[in-house]
Write a protein that binds this ligand. Sequence first.
Ligand code: CP
Length: 315
Amino acid sequence: MNKPFRRRDLLGIRHLSAEEIIGILNTAENFREINQREIKKVPTLRGKTVINLFFENSTRTRTSFELAAKRLSADAVNISVSSSSVAKGETLIDTAMNLDAMSPDCIVVRHSSAGVPHQLAKVSKAAIINAGDGANEHPTQALLDAMTIRERKGNIAGLEVAIIGDILHSRVARSNIHLLTKLGAKVRVAGPKTLVPDDFAFLVEKNLEVCPNVETAIEGADVVMILRIQSERQNSAFFPTLREYSIHYGLTNERLELARKDAIVLHPGPMNRGIEIASDVADSSRSLILDQVKYGVAVRMAVLYLATGGAASNE
Ligand code: CP
């Protein structure tokens, strides 16, 4: 039987067990149907308060956390860092402690520095949810990716997953590598040598291979996950030009032909069409990019529910 997820904070995938991950995914499955109803609201988190504290831009993560909270009847507050007292020089910890003094149940935080959610978890009485910390982790992204893969493939164990692009700066890659290998998938990574460290396979004990080129990684893959070029985290040139990046590493229909016939394509967004992914691939029937966004709401409903004391589903 699965051990349910009983943690208060969700700081990353790295320290979760396979059973905890499955418990979150199963709980998200139970919430999924609410998002298809005409009235998309249930009273599950009535009286709870969720604060979204985003120090970096976001479309999908912030909106879906807000929708998730509202669809569960929690009060959701979005803090825009540019109009908050952070802009006047208030420290991160002071900001968190002041928010905490207003007794929220959950603080969802995104920050450009790795480890910020972990720091907040030490001083906050509220549950802290990591919505992306620097190049470290983006746990709810990996969970919604897993939900998308499970939906199409039935199971994650035994799948071959190619992750292509800027591995070095990608919190999405790290969280996915932890999650997918814990659930029994084999992961292959590829990209420019400057963005895929040779020793990257140290990250997990097994089932992670660093490939010499994109074609080797994609060959026979069940899932092809394309990453965005993280230009905001690159303070020097890691490849000559975007055009050359696109030629050597971009996902085209021709490269996708190397994958299994029923392979699916994922991208966490935002997409740079014509650079890391060709538009016709992004818009094809093999692309589940909008399904990822759809499942993001159910995953975040599950995470908020569990972080505020709900019980994980074992089924
Ligand atoms: N995938 C993702 O984190 O997207 P946003 O930056 O829009 O939240």
